[in-house]
Design a protein around this ligand. Structure first.
Ligand code: DQA
Length: 146
């Protein structure tokens, strides 16, 4: 059982980037918590961060071929701009959960629209790093029910 965790642009700066909005945890902290939760449940995780749209798209394509059951994605600013990431996710047949650290609906109006939400099976926003763990939990539970 495999899950791909994708982090979009600027999320490599977590911990120092607007901590009042995004929290003080680093991306490594978040990934480590996910690896731990996955391991306990017998799941394999691959986590990838990129500042480049095409790298994220290539990773989604690879997930179509390697038996990945689900993608947990924080597309960051590409959420609001990327038809290309939406199209790539539409070509992926597993579960897709969209995560945002901040509550995007409480912020600027350009953050209220998400292309990725047109594909996502679930969307979590505003729970900080806990949102990723909740997403992974949902993926694991759904697989147990299937
Ligand atoms: C974000 C919200 C986006 O609007 C923003 O561009 C980000 C991070 C979040 O996790 O809250 O980079 O996806």
């Amino acid at each position: 059982n495999k899950v791909l965790i994708l982090h979009g642009p600027n999320l490599n700066l977590l911990g120092t980037r607007q901590p009042e909005i995004y929290g003080s945890e680093t991306l490594n902290d978040i990934n480590n918590a996910l690896y731990e939760k996955a391991a306990v449940n017998g799941w394999d995780i691959k986590a990838l961060q990129s500042n480049h749209e095409g790298v994220l798209i290539d990773a989604i394509h690879a997930a179509r071929e390697d038996g990945t059951a689900a993608i947990v994605i924080n597309p960051a600013a590409y959420t609001h701009t990327s038809v290309a990431i939406l199209d790539a996710l539409n070509a992926f047949e597993g579960k897709v959960i969209e995560v945002h650290l901040s509550n995007v609906h409480k912020r600027e109006s350009f953050r209220h629209h998400s292309y990725v939400s047109l594909r996502a099976d679930g969307v979590i926003a505003g729970l900080g790093s806990q949102g990723y763990l909740a997403a992974l939990d949902a993926v694991i539970r759904a697989a147990e029910r299937a």
